[in-house]
Ligand binder design. Structure first.
Ligand SMILES: [Zn+2]
Length: 409
C-alpha cells in the first residue's frame, strides 16, 4: 500500500463550493439498536476494520464482533492510540492493509470516530460510525481533527463525505459517564455563539438555515439539559442526545466550511497544548471557550449583549456542571507562561479566533481567559479595528437574529 500523507487526501480535489456534505447517507437510532444493525451493514463489505480506543475494545469484542460474524463478515480490530495523530493514522493504514479491509467501523468518542473517518477517507472505503457517548457530533460530520502525539490540536481535515451509516444506540450512550453528555452539551451549544459570529450576516440560504438551526439548538439545550441529565435514559434525555450528536452535526454540515468555529474552539485548541488540560473533555474546554469569546466581545467591543449572554451561560453551567473558569477546568495552578502559550497558539495567524469582527492579541485573550466569571460590568480595554460598539448594521431585507437571541430587523 502506498504511504499516503494527508496532503494526498482526495478532499483536495473537492471544492466546498460545489460539494455539500450535509448528513450521513443513513442514520439508524434506537434503544438497543446495535443488535439489529446487521441488515443495515450487509451491503458495505466483507472485511471490516473496527477502529476504537483501548477502553472500547471489550465492548467491540463482546457486542460487535458477534453481530458481524453472524452476518458472515470477517472483522478485525485496531486501536487508534492515544490521540487521532498522523502516526496513529499510519498505524491504522497498516492494520487496514494487513487485514485487506474493505470498510471501516469507528466505535467510541470523538477521537476514535475522527481516526476511523480519516482512515476511511484516505483509503476511500465506506465508513460506519457508532458513538459510545453524547460528547461530540463527530459521528455525523465530514470533518476530523488531527492532534500531535502529545495531544495538542494541529489542524482539521474536511472529508469527502459524511459517514455512510451512523448507528446511534441510546442504550450504549447511556453506559457512558454523564459527564460526557455534559461535554456534548457544551460543544453543541457553541454552535450558536460561533456560527452567529462567523456567519450571522450571511445572505446564503443554507448558511442562514444553519445559523437559525444553531439558535434552535441552543434553546433546546437551555431548556432541556438539566432535566435530561437528571433522568438518563428518559425521553427528554434522548432528545438532548439527539441535539448533541445529530443536530449539532447537521448544523455543521448545512453551514459547511464557511460556517466555522470562532474563538470558543480556538481557545480549546490552545488549551490542548497544555498537558494539564488533557483530563478535561473537548466539550468542557469548548464550553469554557464560549465564555472567553463572550468576554472578549465585552472587553474589546463593550458589547452589552455579550455580557448578558455570558451571565445566562454562567447560570446554565452552574446548573448542569460545566466549567466556568480555569479552576473548574482543573487549571487553577496554571502559570503565566502556560497561559501565554495557550493564548499565543489560540491567536496564531490561521486560527479561527480571527473570525471575530475585531483583532485579538494574546494579552487580550489572556485577560479574557482569567475573567470568565467577572461580574456583569462591561469593560472596554481597547478599541480595535473599525467596528463600532453598536451591533453591525444588517444588510437590507435580511432580518437575522443577533448572536444573543433578539431579532433585529
Ligand atoms: Zn467541537
Amino acid at each position: 500500500m502506498p504511504d499516503l500523507t494527508l496532503s494526498d487526501l482526495p478532499d483536495s480535489s473537492v471544492s466546498p463550493f460545489l460539494c455539500l456534505t450535509i448528513a450521513p447517507a443513513r442514520v439508524i437510532r434506537g434503544e438497543g439498536i446495535l443488535a439489529e444493525m446487521g441488515s443495515a451493514i450487509a451491503h458495505l463489505g466483507q472485511r471490516p476494520l473496527l477502529v476504537s480506543g483501548s477502553k472500547t475494545q471489550p465492548l467491540v469484542r463482546s457486542q460487535l464482533l458477534p453481530i458481524l460474524q453472524t452476518q458472515g463478515r470477517q472483522p478485525a480490530q485496531a486501536t487508534y492510540g492515544q490521540d487521532c495523530s498522523e502516526a496513529g493514522l499510519a498505524a491504522l493504514r497498516q492494520a487496514a492493509a494487513d487485514h485487506q479491509a474493505d470498510w471501516v467501523i469507528g466505535v467510541g468518542g470523538g477521537k476514535a470516530l475522527d481516526a476511523a473517518k480519516l482512515l476511511a477517507h484516505q483509503l476511500q472505503l465506506p465508513i460506519v460510525t457508532i458513538p459510545t457517548s453524547g460528547a461530540t457530533c463527530a459521528a455525523w460530520t465530514a470533518l476530523a481533527n488531527i492532534y500531535s502525539d502529545q495531544g495538542g490540536f494541529l489542524y482539521d481535515v474536511a472529508l469527502a463525505h459524511c459517514p455512510d451509516l451512523l448507528v446511534l444506540d441510546y442504550r450504549l450512550i447511556q453506559t457512558a459517564p454523564l459527564r460526557t453528555l455534559k461535554a456534548g452539551i457544551g460543544d453543541a451549544i457553541a454552535k450558536w455563539y460561533e456560527a452567529s459570529v462567523s456567519s450571522g450576516h450571511s445572505e446564503q440560504t443554507l448558511m442562514i438555515a444553519a445559523v437559525q438551526q444553531a439558535r434552535v439548538l441552543r434553546d433546546i439545550l437551555l431548556q432541556k439539559s438539566l432535566a435530561a441529565l437528571q433522568q438518563p435514559g428518559s425521553p427528554i434525555w434522548r432528545e438532548v442526545v439527539d441535539a448533541c450528536v445529530l443536530m449539532a452535526g447537521m448544523i455543521g454540515g448545512l453551514g459547511g466550511a464557511q460556517c466555522r468555529t470562532v474563538a470558543a474552539h480556538a481557545v480549546h485548541n490552545g488549551l490542548t497544548h497544555l498537558p494539564a488540560s488533557h483530563e478535561m473533555l473537548h466539550g468542557e474546554k469548548v464550553a469554557y471557550g464560549i465564555l472567553v469569546q463572550l468576554r472578549l466581545e465585552e472587553m474589546v467591543q463593550g458589547n452589552g449583549l455579550a455580557t448578558t449572554a455570558r451571565q445566562q451561560l454562567l447560570k446554565f453551567y452552574s446548573e448542569i456542571g460545566l466549567p466556568k473558569n480555569l479552576a473548574e477546568l482543573g487549571l487553577s495552578e496554571i502559570s503565566i507562561a502556560d497561559l501565554q502559550q495557550a493564548a499565543e497558539i489560540a491567536c496564531n495567524p490561521h486560527s479561527d479566533i480571527h473570525r471575530l469582527p475585531f483583532k485579538v492579541e494574546p494579552t487580550q485573550l489572556m485577560a479574557a481567559m482569567i475573567s470568565t466569571t467577572a461580574p456583569c460590568q462591561p469593560m472596554k480595554i481597547q478599541e480595535a479595528g473599525s467596528r463600532s460598539q453598536e451591533p453591525e448594521a444588517l444588510p437590507p431585507s435580511s432580518p437575522i437574529l443577533h448572536p444573543f437571541g433578539e431579532v433585529q430587523s
